[in-house]
Design a protein around this ligand. Structure first.
Ligand SMILES: Nc1nc2c(c(=O)[nH]1)N[C@H]1C(S)=C(S)[C@@H](COP(=O)(O)OP(=O)(O)OC[C@H]3O[C@@H](n4cnc5c(=O)[nH]c(N)nc54)[C@H](O)[C@@H]3O)O[C@H]1N2
Ligand SMILES: Nc1nc2c(c(=O)[nH]1)N[C@H]1C(S)=C(S)[C@@H](COP(=O)(O)OP(=O)(O)OC[C@H]3O[C@@H](n4cnc5c(=O)[nH]c(N)nc54)[C@H](O)[C@@H]3O)O[C@H]1N2
Ligand SMILES: [Mo]
Length: 876
């Protein structure tokens, strides 16, 4: 492929180069997904010398939400990418690791230069302002239109809809205020969506209520402290797949140093396999039961053998464990210990009780209880999958409770934190930080925020219950019934139709709209169901930017190519729309994209080497730099020169065992002196019984459920219980007897990369089935399987696994939906096509404990993803 590219490039200049690259990418794709085929083709071209000769390495963005922000470098020659590599700025060592990228980052050249890039603005043929012919969305043909036409249509629609229905009629599929669409913010605002997505129950204001932050990167200990642990627990966590960047490397080092790993997960994951972890195979969505069983066992073992429960810690640092530690604001005299012993409901939460619900054998519950006891140094790490379940509201409080019972807070070798994204297992303040871009952040004047599971239904009923904008900083709020009248959906930097629940209904909602607009790089799900699609650049086509990674690395990427075809940057598109609406774009973009990039660099800071914890400027900037860049700013002296910073692709703080940064221990101040360093909770302590939590949960009022201040077991509205006919465990199997969950998948970052031929070939995106469950239905590896729920059905090929517990069905997260319009079956394997509008009492989307059924599919076998569905659009 490399050779074809260079052969094809005969002219200089970006148009020539980008057209040539596109042509070569098309060739690659036209030969199927086989790299071999394209190499064959290359041979026939009698190619010249090393195509990389004379090329230039550029640090290239890897901007997706997999949490990595790893180093990615590409060799650019005549506007084409001819090589790709990762971090080689310094020797690799566990102390000072290279920031190596993964296979997704390395496939990014196929993404930027993919044959399926959208080339120009497009309009759906049957859509017109007079008659949207909405039912044809997703089935219609496309026509090429000019940018002028596209912007005119959009401005006209925005004006009409605002006039007729007001700004509430615009809906941005998003995750609260994170991904707001600036032209509409400047034009009076829009209704938003708040989905519990990543953090699930940890979004329920856990810092204010029970005392643990939502995203606690700062509360995990520094990574080097894991060598002081005896045991590291991975609770619902598979960093090898879903914490991109360096985390797995650090864990392997810990393993080699003799640290023991335990995994609590329905799958014996890739991480567990590399680390030879002890496996506790729990049913999805039943973690509260499991952890209650563990708490009971810890108490029993403590009584019988001693030294399992850290009573001192519970006494000093927590409230509400027992009757003697009652928080002052408690409305009723209740406590966790009495609940555990069955005082309130006559049901002691023993290991036997727990085992029936969570499926973990009693002896494994006992094992876990002993291993996390007070005598052991334990890192208790969770990721959020267990909190992305229906009825998982109490998972955060209970995980904290177990950590507190073992005393695993605030001392070397011990911590309780998440294991999320690039900072997994690496807490503490960032050692190097980006400056601010200088771009203003706009407020949304419209307060309507629809909870994810309700949003598409609300497009029909006009009703929803607002439970707050979870990402806004205010967090979850008391529920308020609201009305809306949505006429227009806009998809900007999100894929909410694909990544939000209730997709099948979402498609119907899209078909009901007056107007649907997407910015897109490919014919993504949201683009497919739109009326106008605007080609937006990838981050390889913008002036550059900084991206925070793990605490020791700040990534700086530069422009790789001019915008391809007719694509424009987000800022350019938003500016055009604002101008057409008669708004002043300078309120949103007072400075150029280049200036914004420069500001981030000029304002970047790095921790001083003197151990003071203070920061100093990172990058030296001279008058000549300012001139060369054509930006405004002041010269300054920093640690590295501007050119060096850009060429290196950022800056990494060199680490050594025992350095000043390794002393970071989460919660250390609090544990040392709880009175002087209170937490944000009412009592200032970790609240094992928490009135504020119960009050918040009870005020949300989405389902008829009364919540207690202690972390009680909640029977989910959809979950293990509902796999039985009458909702009673061990009763007769129901219509949907399996639990369905959505592991975040290696091939993609959510929906991104789904289309890359190389990744499609390497990662098939099957359905994960337990081998004996599959055998019982006559299903062998590779057979086409139909999976269905109350809400939708999909086809996937079977991957029959010995290393997944029975009763579970894993549908990898983020595959693009591909609906067969005749049957309504999705051939793409979209997770959210199977998920409906079930909502948990706290407002949580029920991602990981849905109910489904499956069978061997007797129709035409499914093709491999890499042999099908190439969404290449050529309209001439
Ligand atoms: N069933 C199920 N659903 C889930 C989850 C699950 O576990 N199960 N997980 C949830 C989680 S944790 C998350 S975080 C969400 C993620 O949900 P989303 O944020 O919706 O997911 P992405 O696929 O990352 O969407 C990013 C979109 O932005 C586009 N894009 C990329 N670069 C640019 C750019 O420069 N400009 C513009 N305008 N667009 C760009 C991409 O093409 C892509 O369509 O999904 C959630 N959904
Ligand atoms: N490659 C890749 N990496 C990603 C992403 C991606 O899309 N692709 N997305 C990124 C984002 S935004 C996020 S939020 C994170 C998500 O990261 P995680 O929350 O770690 O993602 P998952 O893979 O859904 O779940 C992790 C593990 O939890 C297990 N699990 C699922 N449900 C339960 C349960 O109910 N109980 C228990 N005990 N275990 C359970 C799964 O089997 C899996 O092994 O990943 C990030 N990293
Ligand atoms: Mo996420």
């Amino acid at each position: 492929m490399v050779s074809i590219q260079s052969k094809n490039i005969s002219r200089r200049g970006f148009l020539g180069a980008s057209a040539a690259v596109a042509a070569s990418a098309a060739l690659l794709s036209a030969t199927g997904c086989s790299a071999e085929a394209s190499l064959d083709a290359a041979d026939k071209h009698e190619l010249p010398v090393d195509p990389a000769e004379g090329g230039e390495w550029v640090a290239a963005a890897c901007w997706h939400n997999c949490g990595g922000r790893c180093m990615n470098k590409v060799m650019v020659k005549d506007g084409a990418v001819v090589r790709q590599k990762t971090d080689d700025t310094h020797e690799d060592s566990p102390d000072y690791p290279q920031q190596r990228g993964c296979v997704r980052g390395k496939a990014q050249q196929q993404q930027c230069f993919g044959a399926d890039r959208l080339k120009y603005p497009m309009k759906r043929k049957s859509w017109s302002p007079e008659n949207p012919n909405g039912e044809l969305r997703g089935k219609d043909e496309w026509e090429r239109i000019s940018w002028d036409e596209a912007i005119d249509y959009i401005a006209d629609q925005f004006k009409t809809i605002k006039e007729k229905y007001g700004n509430q009629a615009f809906l941005i599929g998003s995750y609260g205020s994170r991904y707001a669409f600036s032209p509409l913010l400047a034009y009076g605002g829009h209704t938003s969506v708040a989905d519990s997505t990543s953090h699930g129950a940890y979004l329920l204001n856990t810092a204010d209520t029970i005392g643990i932050p939502k995203t606690d990167a700062g509360v995990c200990n520094d990574r080097t402290d894991m060598l002081n642990a005896e045991t590291i627990v991975f609770y619902a966590s598979n960093p090898a797949w879903s914490a991109a960047g360096t985390p797995s490397y650090h864990y392997i080092r810990a393993k080699e140093a003799g640290v023991k790993f335990i995994t609590v997960d329905p799958i014996y994951t890739a991480s567990a396999q590399i680390l030879d972890a002890y496996w506790i195979p729990v049913r999805t969505g039943t973690d509260t039961a499991f952890m209650l069983g563990v708490a009971s066992e810890m108490l029993r073992l403590d009584k019988e053998e001693g030294n399992v429960v850290d009573w001192d810690f519970l006494d000093k640092c927590t409230v509400g464990f027992d009757a003697d530690h009652k928080p002052a604001d408690l409305k009723e005299d209740v406590n966790f210990l009495d609940y555990l012993n069955g005082v309130y409901d006559g049901e002691p939460k023993t290991a036997e009780w727990a085992s029936k619900i969570c499926g973990v054998p009693v002896e494994k519950i006992t094992y876990f209880a002993r291993e996390i006891g007070k005598e052991h140094d334990v890192w208790m790490l969770h990721n959020f999958a267990a909190a992305r379940c229906n009825g998982s509201e109490n998972v955060p409080q209970l995980f904290m409770t177990l950590s507190a019972m073992g005393g695993h807070y605030g001392k070397p070798g011990n911590c309780s934190a998440n294991n999320y994204h690039a900072n997994a297992g690496n807490g503490g303040p960032a050692l190097v930080k980006a400056g601010s871009s200088g771009l203003p952040s706009l407020k949304n004047p419209i307060e309507g925020v629809i909870p994810g599971p309700q949003v598409w239904e609300a497009c029909f009923t006009g009703k929803y219950r607002n439970v707050g904008d979870w990402y806004s900083g205010k967090g979850a709020q008391a529920g308020v019934d609201e009305t809306c009248d949505i006429h227009c959906i806009i998809h900007d930097e999100n894929a909410y139709l694909q990544t939000g629940p209730n997709m099948k209904r979402g498609i119907e909602a899209h078909r009901k709209m007056d107007f649907v607009l997407s910015k897109a790089q490919f014919l993504t799900t949201q683009a497919l169901y739109s009326d106008i699609v605007l080609p937006v650049t990838t981050q390889w086509e913008v002036p550059g930017g900084l991206a925070s990674s793990n605490r020791e690395f700040l990534f700086c990427f530069s422009q790789v190519t001019e915008p391809l075809y007719e694509a424009k940057t987000d800022a350019q598109i938003n500016t055009l729309i604002m101008e057409a609406l008669g708004l002043d774009p300078s309120t949103v973009y007072p400075i150029s994209e280049k200036q914004a990039f420069f500001n981030q660099i000029a304002g970047a800071t790095v921790i001083k080497e003197d151990g003071s914890g203070k920061y100093e400027p990172l990058v030296t900037i001279t008058d000549a730099d300012l001139k060369e860049w054509g930006v405004s700013g002041k010269p300054q002296t920093g640690r590295v020169g501007l050119k060096e910073f850009i060429d290196n692709g950022g800056y990494q703080v060199e680490r050594k065992l025992g350095d000043a940064y390794s002393s970071f221990i989460g919660y250390a101040d609090y544990i040392k002196d709880p009175a002087a360093n209170p937490l944000k909770t009412k009592s200032g302590k970790l609240e094992i019984t928490c009135q504020a939590k119960a009050d918040l949960f009870n005020s949300i009022g989405l389902i008829d459920q009364e919540y207690q201040p202690y972390p009680e077991y909640l029977v989910p509205t959809v979950g293990y219980e509902t796999t039985f006919k009458d909702g009673k465990i061990d009763g007769e199997a129901g219509e949907y007897p399996y639990l369905m969950f959505n592991p975040h998948y290696f091939r993609r970052s959510h929906s991104v990369f789904n289309n890359c031929p190389w990744l499609r070939e390497a990662w098939a995106n099957p359905v994960f089935l337990n081998a004996s469950d599959a055998e019982a239905k006559g299903i062998a590896d590779g057979d086409t399987v139909r999976v269905w729920t109350k809400y939708g059905e999909v086809l996937r090929k079977a991957c029959c696994m010995e290393n997944m517990r029975p009763g579970e069905v894993g549908i990898p997260h983020g595959a693009w939906v591909r609906v067969d319009e005749e049957t309504g079956i999705d051939h793409g394997g979209a997770d959210n096509y199977l998920i409906g509008n079930d909502i948990s009492g706290g407002g949580l989307t029920s991602y990981n404990n849905n109910n489904c059924n499956f069978e061997k599919y007797e129709g035409t076998p499914l093709e491999d993803d890499c042999d099908t569905d190439k969404r290449i659009i050529e309209l001439g």
